[in-house]
Design a protein around this ligand. Sequence first.
Ligand SMILES: Nc1ncnc2c1ncn2[C@@H]1O[C@H](COP(=O)(O)OP(=O)(O)O)[C@@H](O)[C@H]1O
Ligand SMILES: O=C(OP(=O)(O)O)[C@H](O)COP(=O)(O)O
Length: 393
Amino acid sequence: MNKKSVRDVEVSGKRVFVRVDFNVPLENGKITDDTRIRETLPTIKYLTDRGAKVILASHLGRPKGQVVEDMRLTPAAARLSELLGKPVAKADEAIGDAVKAQIAKLNDGDVLLLENVRFYAGEEKNDPELAKAFAELADLYVNDAFGAAHRAHASTEGIAHHLPAVSGLLMEKELDVLGKALNKPDRPFTAIVGGAKVKDKIAVIEKLIEIADNIIIGGGLSYTFFKAKGHEIGKSLVDNDRLELVQEFERKAKEKGVNFLLPVDVVVGDDFSASANTKIVDVDQIPADWEGFDIGPKTRELFAKTIAESKLIVWNGPMGVFELKPFEDGTKAVAEACAATAGYTIIGGGDSAAAVEKFHLGDKMDHISTGGGASLEFMEGKALPGVVALNDK
Ligand SMILES: Nc1ncnc2c1ncn2[C@@H]1O[C@H](COP(=O)(O)OP(=O)(O)O)[C@@H](O)[C@H]1O
Ligand SMILES: O=C(OP(=O)(O)O)[C@H](O)COP(=O)(O)O
């Protein structure tokens, strides 16, 4: 990488603002998968071992510029403290005099976690005033939030214009591993896209058609494709603004000789809950009032066959609502197929990583990336604003 990292600068005694991605899955205030926190330990330890004062900043969820009590970072501070085996102070805000006073009390080697940066409307707008307010807290900026590197926000991009700015060790590792795998991909190369961030994911498919041999679509994303074909989709997730666009994808894929696989059957439920009534139906038989929550058994077999024959598999986004027992089997089947294939497997995204860990298959994958959207955009060849803003070597 041509960007400076923590290894290239003096950190001892400095106040270091480290942007991490602690956007972890939570259930009733408990962290269900701490991968993203564990993955930042090398950077945090590197800095504390050398006597830096570490000021951590992250977003959690999408609170849209408001304080949302359930989206405070308090559980992340507690988990980090357990993992580091030492106290981690927690601020109730991310900027301002109270935070500055807390920082002034830090000793060399101490760690402080700021409050959710998305509680401030300026974060996602990349407001220069907010970026300056973050920069006032520190002497050095470290970006270790690979999962948010595709966002040009005040704490991922703006701040880098006000302080010396370098990458963390996780950021460096992610770019290195993904770069090596995707520079000259082994073929057949299969991209699997699922999940619930429908708009974001649809945006990357067009480019994937140009680089992958097989594209597998599952999860909440698929229903926009079914609706575009004129099928009833009941109450399933949909992006009504992109019905024409997704039809284009299938046409383009055909033109390029890319195998474009959509689910053929799905598991529908009458409620978003673990006690919902469920049915398995073909994709043109979804009842009105029901909602598609998982891929069906015929689809699992179809997807598994393609995964088995692939040399490189990049998977982002669960195949269904794997958090709920009745809708976990599709994601589990794809995770098992990825675990069994001889191909090189890269799993990306907070929830996809959580799913693989839930099924105890994490150690069977070649790389679990902390970024879903970020790894997809990296794969597209797009510049990641959180990386571009860092100082060149
Ligand atoms: N058919 C579906 N309907 C609603 N939500 C879904 C469906 N399939 C998957 N999901 C949800 O998608 C979420 C993950 O989406 P996303 O954030 O896009 O993935 P990642 O974090 O891996 O990038 C999971 O919480 C899962 O419950
Ligand atoms: O969870 C994240 O992305 P991912 O779901 O693509 O892995 C990152 O924390 C970015 O979050 P965002 O998509 O709300 O900007």
